[in-house]
Structures are given as C-alpha cells and as structure tokens.
Design a protein around this ligand. Structure first.
Ligand code: ADE
Length: 252
C-alpha cells in the first residue's frame, strides 16, 4: 500500500517527516515530495501550502508522480459548531466548497461544482471509520498523560472529543461569527471550516482515489481566531497530525 500524506501547515508536515527516514526527495513547482517507509507502508509526504488551489495542485502532482493508493490530508480548522472546542478532532464525512457559487446560471445550484453535479464530496465509509478509530485512540492515549491534560486545559474547558461530519473549505480564514452564521444557515450540521479539504476531495473524487481529511480544531472561527490559531499551531497541532496519521497507517 502506498499512501500520500499532505498537510496544510509546515509545522505539521515537519513533525510527520521526523517520524520516518526520507529515502528520496523530488522538488517540483514549490512542492517537495518526501518518499520513505512508515509503519510498514510506502509513503509520500508533501507540505501542500494554504488554500484550495495550492492543495489541489499539490495532490494532483502527487497523484501524477506517484502511484499512491490513498490520500490522507491533515491540518487545523476553525470550529463552526457550538459543540466543538479547541483541541477537538474532526474527521470529514462530506466536504463542500463554501465559496463556490455559479448559481446565477439557472441550471446550477449554489455550492454545486459544475459538470460534476456535486456539492458535497463524500468520503468512503471505510476511510471515515478508520480515521475515527485512530483519532479516538490518539485522544485516549494522549489524555492519559497528565502533562498533555495540562496543556489542553489551557485551550478548552473540557477534554477533547472526536466528531465526524461536514467540513467546509474556502479561500478565506474565517474570524467572524456573522460569516459562520451565514454558513450554518445553509449547513446546520457544519462542524468546521478550513481552506483545503474540499479541493483535495474534488481531485480524489474525480480520480476515484480513497481519501481521508482529519482536522484538529485550532480556533472557533470568531474574533479570537487570529490569536488562538497560531498559539494552537505552535503548542499542540504538530503532535496531533503525526499521531493521528501514524495510527491510521497502523490499521491499513
Ligand atoms: N484553519 C484554522 N482555522 C481556520 C479558520 N478560522 N478559517 C479557515 N481556516 C482555518
């Protein structure tokens, strides 16, 4: 099994690269693809950069260059549901592109991707289940360490949880309760917002490649998001991604 792993944040990708020895490296179009073996699987790892275009370009190049059987995308996200707290993990079951709107054309719905006729990209049930188990196991193991409990207490009033459901992606860092309300009006079950997942989902959907999107909640997409986000990234997000991906690889 060959697994393509992409992360939207340099800090997370660096933490992932510390877990295995890179045996070969290829650089193309500002992306570096690191090949190696991790948990018995061949892996290719790439820092995707931010936003839908960067992510779509990274995953497309990866699929063109390497014969990967599946894609795992990790990163942070802003919580969009009041049920989520900083430090929670979201596993995507569906992904939408919240800034896509070709609806002035009468035959196309808001959020629908023209020609595909899809607005919510589904993740295969097998990948959702595997990622949920990996994230549950990670939180269980992590919270058994008093040191980690202390760090997370600083971010959240309760122990972290895993959620499975809808993720919305767009080329906007959301730090506005008004924007969140607008999105939640159209998608009442929306869990979180980020900037890449649904672009990766579209590329994988078009090619029939199984994929996983796992996000840790770094902020609540409100006015505090701009300060919570870098703090979480520096102190927590690094270990989240590497630990979740490692546990997914163990079950493949
Ligand atoms: N990634 C992490 N937090 C985010 C937010 N508030 N909006 C978009 N992407 C994010």
């Amino acid at each position: 099994m060959k697994v393509g792993i992409l992360g939207a944040m340099a800090e997370e990708t660096e933490a992932i690269l510390e877990r295995f020895k890179t045996t070969r490296k290829k650089e193309i179009g500002k992306r570096v693809f690191h090949e190696g073996k991790w948990e018995g699987h061949e892996v290719v790892v790439c820092f995707s950069r931010w936003g839908k275009v960067a992510a779509a370009s990274s995953v497309t190049t990866m699929l063109d260059l390497y014969d990967v059987d599946q894609i795992i995308f990790t990163g942070v996200a802003g919580g969009a549901s009041p049920d989520l707290e900083v430090g929670d993990i979201v596993i995507a079951e569906h992904l939408i592109q919240h800034d896509f709107d070709a609806s002035p054309i009468p035959t196309i719905q808001r959020y629908e991707i023209p020609l595909l006729g899809v607005s919510k990209f589904p993740v295969f049930a097998k990948e959702v289940k595997r990622a949920k188990l990996a994230a549950d196991l990670f939180l269980q193991e992590m919270m058994s360490e008093p040191k980690n409990q202390q760090i997370l207490k600083f971010f959240s009033p309760r122990p972290p949880q895993v959620h499975v459901g809808l993720i919305a992606s767009g080329d906007q860092f959301i730090a506005s309760p008004a924007k969140l309300l607008e999105l939640r009006k159209d998608f009442p079950h929306l869990l979180c917002v980020e900037m890449e997942g649904a672009a990766v989902a579209q590329v994988c959907y078009e090619r029939g490649i199984p994929f996983t999107v796992a996000r840790s909640i770094s902020d609540k997409a409100n006015h505090e998001a701009v300060t919570d986000f870098p703090k979480f990234l520096k102190e927590v997000a690094k270990w989240y991604s590497a630990e979740i991906v490692e546990r997914i690889l163990k079950t493949l």
